[in-house]
Design a protein around this ligand. Sequence first.
Ligand SMILES: CC(C)(COP(=O)(O)OP(=O)(O)OC[C@H]1O[C@@H](n2cnc3c(N)ncnc32)[C@H](O)[C@@H]1OP(=O)(O)O)[C@@H](O)C(=O)NCCC(=O)NCCS
Length: 178
Amino acid sequence: MDDLVIDAELPADHAAVDEVVRRAFAKEPKVADMVAAIRVSPRYRAGFALVARADDRVVGYVMLSGTDLVDDAGNRREILTLTPLAVAPEYEGRGIGSALVRAAVEEADRRGEPLVVLEGSPRFYGRLGFTFAPAHGIALELPDWAPPEAAQVYLLSGYDPLVRGRVEYPPEIAALAG
Ligand SMILES: CC(C)(COP(=O)(O)OP(=O)(O)OC[C@H]1O[C@@H](n2cnc3c(N)ncnc32)[C@H](O)[C@@H]1OP(=O)(O)O)[C@@H](O)C(=O)NCCC(=O)NCCS
């Protein structure tokens, strides 16, 4: 994609983002609802919700937002989780999804975050540098249908092995499973 530009979403993009997410997740309208709910929650991180623009329109979207990591002693810290990743169906297979994930991870690295967690296909995200989260002491509670390998983490340059524990989603994300 020659004219692909990735940058932070602006309020003016919200309607177009909503449409892309609804079309990418046609059978899961709750995903677009989640995006709207996170935006107005304390978990939203400005600059971590990115749009892919091409042909003068929004063609893809990725959001990193805050979630809790709770260690064995009950200590809680906020880390970033990647959800959702969406590409308009007619733009799939052109590298846009991968470019959005790379841009989001780079931004997290620049801002000194230790890691990014997600649930998703190990085939897709493994190519982009994600690895099996439990191998690094990070536990994610997955939906029944997801294989254990879906729990993944990207270790950034600010990673510290002491950053471990159980991921506890805020209500905006937990609502997806409900
Ligand atoms: C998944 C998605 C974001 C990929 O975007 P994309 O721009 O097509 O991705 P890229 O062009 O960078 O990469 C394409 C590769 O991803 C693979 N891929 C696409 N969807 C996949 C999925 N759900 N699981 C595993 N691999 C997938 C393609 O087969 C292709 O692999 P290939 O290069 O070996 O042929 C896009 O298909 C989409 O929005 N899907 C619907 C929503 C969704 O499932 N989001 C991900 C949930 S976290």
